[in-house]
Design a protein around this ligand. Structure first.
Ligand SMILES: Cc1cc2nc3c(=O)[nH]c(=O)nc-3n(C[C@H](O)[C@H](O)[C@H](O)COP(=O)(O)OP(=O)(O)OC[C@H]3O[C@@H](n4cnc5c(N)ncnc54)[C@H](O)[C@@H]3O)c2cc1C
Length: 544
């Protein structure tokens, strides 16, 4: 960073109240709240050429949300909720992108968003209690607050497979999909990865391509989405109940407008259990995880019953028994990886133009100019699709060089895994707020709900500082330690740590294994956040 000005801003030309990094759900919400409600001067920087975050980048075929549309949206403005019409239960990417663009226009947000601008460095100046923020274009601004809205799932993970750059066909990560799409007609396509994204993309690619080969390292439990368009009366019903729907999303454990059934798997007979699971399977969606029993993520025996139910569905659906067995997950409990929901995923393997390759027994050795070679065969492709996910939870934060008080780098502070207070603040990094940061429920909650909660909490904290005439806020090391311990302890009660998932960083070589999201559920988490406010911000220190 440059040398200091007399105001400590090291060449910064603009003096702002806040810089927000990212213009997805979180960045848009933060800009609205900080600028239009608190009256702050805010600048948002966004790497992409458009707003929308996840829904700007993930243009792959089949991309859609798994939370139902009518609560996968903002609740902060009643008129917005009333005027927007969702076409159905699980809209595809273009519709959600349109919604977020509508939000940007409706609240006149664009004038404070600079697109195509990646933030590369941020440095806290102890003398001025301000952040100096630099972009890839060499701009430098000074802001009192730095608010990251960089996304839990936005740092694309393109595995470093030998020969990757030698491929002469088209190679694309699902989260960096070309805006004019890829025409699969007549093409031989290789799809690497069978997480939520691979599961959404495979059926659509298969319906267009000449041949699709799916490379699977870990099979996943997927439940049918059972997408349906909304009839006008569905829309009217939702709008009539919106206040109640949003209230429930704030109070329920996972940010859905429903509470889990308070019933153990062991409370009912085997026949009743089968009937309940069958009903949930028919209904489709995330409800399978918590709509029948309350112990699937807590009790391995209960989980195994639901897991075996899904395996049997796979065996019933997939005609070739060998392929069916390969698709049956046997090494992790259902729900310990992010549970996908799908439209015709397992059915896709009954098509003549689709084959499955098991990378556990025959790993990829290299990518070649014409395709890919595993330990047992060579494959020729015109297109290679990487559905290999993200360096989740911390990736986007650590790709920025963030330097806190006394020159401490975030990357060093988090060398052994992320540490935070409530997932909102990091000790040693004053005036930095991390929306849906690690240590908060984030990805275990319907995310717009988690995002709005964080934005409100941060706004309250800033208002508190304004009232008290403070310019610096920082969590204490002891509050952070206690929270990190609590997050770790809570995670031991759930089965989340039992899979090699992105929740624990296992998809990224060398990443410390830590259950990054807070698994204690939204009510407990919100209670803690509220208790901090009500105790005059115990755990935070104010100065300046
Ligand atoms: C395919 C897919 C489906 C999903 N479906 C659901 C779902 O059904 N329900 C659910 O709750 N969640 C879902 N999610 C999670 C989803 O990420 C969140 O719901 C939500 O979109 C997150 O919003 P955000 O603003 O926090 O982050 P993002 O939408 O990821 O936005 C972050 C933005 O920050 C920008 N950024 C990052 N670093 C920088 C930098 N250094 N400088 C400038 N800009 C930067 C990025 O370019 C990005 O645009 C899904 C995720 C994916 C990938």
């Amino acid at each position: 960073m440059g040398t200091g000005h007399k105001d400590g801003s090291a060449g910064a030309t603009r003096q702002l109240d806040a810089v927000v990094i990212g213009a997805g759900f979180a960045g848009l919400c933060a800009l609205y709240k900080f600028r239009d409600v608190l009256g702050l001067e805010v600048q948002v920087y966004e790497t992409g050429n458009g707003v929308g975050g996840t829904w700007y980048w993930n243009r792959y075929p089949g991309a859609r949300c798994d939370s139902e549309s009518f609560y996968y949206c903002f609740s902060f403005d009643d008129d917005l909720a009333q005027e927007w019409e969702w076409s159905g239960k699980y809209p595809e990417q273009p519709e959600i992108e349109r919604y977020l663009n509508h939000v940007a226009d409706r609240f006149d947000l664009r004038r404070d968003i600079q697109l195509a601008t990646r933030v590369t460095h941020a440095r806290f100046d102890d003398a001025t209690n301000r952040w100096e923020v630099r972009t890839e274009h060499g701009e430098c601004v000074s802001a009192q607050f730095l608010v990251t809205a960089v996304g839990c799932l936005s740092a694309a993970n393109l595995p470093d497979i030998p020969g990757r750059d030698s491929f002469e066909g088209e190679l694309c990560h699902t989260a960096r999909w070309p805006s004019d799409g890829i025409d699969f007609t007549g093409k031989r396509v290789g799809l690497i990865g069978t997480g939520s994204t691979g599961i959404q993309a495979a059926p659509v690619i298969a319906s267009e391509a000449d041949h699709l080969t799916v490379f699977q390292r870990t099979p996943n439990f997927s439940v049918p989405a059972r997408h349906a368009a909304f009839a006008p009366e569905d829309q009217a019903e939702i709008k009539k109940d919106y206040a109640e729907i949003f209230r429930l999303t704030r109070e329920s454990p996972a940010g859905f407008p429903y509470f889990p059934i308070d019933r153990s798997t062991h409370d009912v007979s085997a026949d009743e259990r089968e009937e309940i699971l069958e009903g949930l399977w028919e209904e489709g969606g995330f409800k399978f995880l918590w709509g029948g029993f309350n112990d699937l993520l807590l009790d391995p025996a209960a989980n195994e019953i639901a897991s075996e139910f899904v395996r049997n569905k796979i065996r019933e659906t997939v005609k070739d028994p060998e392929t069916a067995e390969l698709l049956c997950p046997k090494c992790h409990p259902y729900g310990s990886k992010r549970p996908p929901i799908d439209t015709d995923y397992y059915e896709t393997f009954n098509r003549d133009n689709v084959s499955l390759v098991d990378l556990k027994t025959t790993p990829i050795e290299e990518i070649t100019p014409t395709g890919l070679r595993t330990s047992s065969a060579e494959y020729a492709f015109d297109v290679l699709v990487f559905a290999t996910g993200f360096d989740a939870m911390t990736g986007s934060l650590l790709r920025i060089d963030i330097e806190g008080a006394g020159g401490v780098r975030l990357a060093d502070s988090w060398a052994e895994g992320p540490r935070s207070f409530l997932g909102l603040q990091v000790a040693g990094f004053p005036n930095l707020f991390t929306i849906t940061g690690p240590g908060s429920p984030s990805v275990l909650v319907n995310m717009p709900v988690a995002i709005e909660h964080h934005v409100d909490w941060i706004a309250d904290c800033i208002q508190h500082m304004q009232r008290e005439g403070k310019t610096r806020v920082e969590t204490t090391a002891s509050a952070q330690e206690a929270w990190v311990e609590h997050v770790a302890e809570v995670s031991t009660y759930s089965l989340l740590g039992r899979a090699n998932s992105w929740y624990v960083g296992a998809n990224i070589p060398g990443k410390p294994r830590v259950v990054a999201p807070y698994a204690g559920g939204q009510p407990l988490y919100r209670e803690r956040c509220e208790a901090v406010v009500n105790s005059d911000y115990e755990g935070l220190e104010f100065g300046g």
